[in-house]
Design a protein. Sequence first.
Length: 475
Amino acid sequence: MGSNLPPTVHVIGGGLAGSEAAWQLAQAGVPVALHEMRAVRQTEAHKTDRLAELVCSNSFRSDDAENNAVGLLHEEMRRCGSLILAAADVHKLPAGGALAVDRDGFAETITSRLADHPLVTIGREEVAGLPPPEWDQVIVATGPLTSPALADAIHGLTGENALAFFDAIAPIVHRESIDFERAWFQSRYDKAGPAGDGADYINCSLDKAPYLAFVEALLAGEKTEFKEWETNTPYFDGCLPIEVMAERGRETLRHGPMKPVGLTNPHDPTTKPYAIVQLRQDNKLGTLYNMVGFQTKLKYGAQQRIFHSIPGLENAEFARFGGLHRNTFLNSPKLLDSQLRLRAAPRLRFAGQMTGCEGYVESASVGLITGLYAAADARGRPLAPPPATTALGSLLGHITGGHIETIEPGTRSFQPMNINFGLFPPLASPPTKKADGTRLRGNEKTVAKKQAISARALVDLDRWIADNLAIAAAA
């Protein structure tokens, strides 16, 4: 390599995020040392030593860039020269509107493209603990199966809990899909918390019979099974799944997250609710609300069926279903800056699922952005963040500060998230009419709104690319 090259950037982890970050760096003319421990130390979930091995599904979900947020993210990544999307397009399989891939061919292509790149060196070794101090720029992209030695080192450096545990997360609902003919805003006893006004929660009231039916449905609903390598990881304290609480007695939830005290239903003020479901604002835009205390290991189909039985949520659209799984992730809004650098040690950047995103594509997209930031640093050039109106920018915003801080001691408010339209800034003027001038009605409004958000995103992304990036031609 010539002496005029920028200093080498080290990327730890050869999954989707690490592979994408390494590619973006190399395509920008920056030497990369990619460190992957598989081949010398295997994880509980992987089967091969290939880079970007898919350990679960082979689907990248919807490829519809007009009507689906993840499809929009696909298109944005393509326009940014993504290796992951290029390989997925080469190895795609018939899957309707989804982008599914031949997992072996996909991983083999990623591995060979990186191995053949003149600026990429692949090392097969574990980075146990913090990287050596002489590594000036490092991207940590080790995912949810981060080795214990590295996880312990990160924990020691940050003082934050970033170790593996069963992370029980509650469903998140799009506010605009809630029926306010039945639901209402109110805090318990009209108490205003920090930044609140005494009407900070959305409330849904249940009478006795619907409540008891709801509890029975929770108990009977299909649950996810733990993977073999997850079975020895304990629940996160104070975050039990709602169905586990229900198993302790039919009235348990009424004395926990569904307690009806301090609230009056304005739609029926003379009737005392038997139980109440509360939803709390989840993002600064006010477009997403999480179901308080409803962390669950119910399967997604069961969640949708059971939670749609709650008055006011009959037609709720879920930005994220609840879940329960082993996870290793940072409290990124607190620990990382706007360019995904660790505040306590700015030479370290983080990428992928560790930063607080869910999904193959989301992880790879954060790897893409992290790689671009590191390349800009290595070349001494500033890089503006992708616009908040884009899928890339909205996901980055969620990770670096788009959440709402908790007002309840002992719980962490930041949780991993898939890309969804609730993370995007609202349209200044939502569409109201069709091309022929007639008014949009019913679901037509939702479809038109999604398409307008997507169209805005791609226009803004193209402008950002033109102003900030010199995308190399596809090899």
